[in-house]
Design a protein around this ligand. Sequence first.
Ligand code: FES
Ligand code: FES
Length: 153
Amino acid sequence: MSIRVRVNGVEKELEVDPEMPLLWALRDVLGLTGTKFGCGQALCGACTVHLDGQVVRACVTPVSRAAGRAVTTIEGLSPDGSHPLQKAWVDLGVPQCGFCQAGQIMTAAALLAKKPKPTDADIDQSLAGNLCRCGTYNRIRAAVKKAAGVSEE
Ligand code: FES
Ligand code: FES
């Protein structure tokens, strides 16, 4: 079956099983490997992407749900890595192994789009579903605040 999806601003025609997880379509069909597979069960957030600006877990989202809609992955967040979150992530050296970080950034980007000046509680709440086995949570929070231009409380 053919499914049309706008991925990072470009129309794509995917010849895939409509039940295929969006994550497989992104990684295996389109070669966008920035989005990671962690648990496959909507438990870790490593696969977080935006669907029409809302965060979704791509591992449990059938690609058919994205038909006619816009998907944004970490590769599409900014053309040159200049999104304020990406800059703050680099400035503060947030990642350790890095595996969870694309998902963290995509969740944070959706938060800042909705709430440009989030509180600590907003950040903690919105990122609660994004797990980091390396425990970079404090740096993540600091980087979100830096990107938002809010000072540490
Ligand atoms: S891989 Fe999708 S939430 Fe863990
Ligand atoms: S940086 Fe290693 S899991 Fe988060």
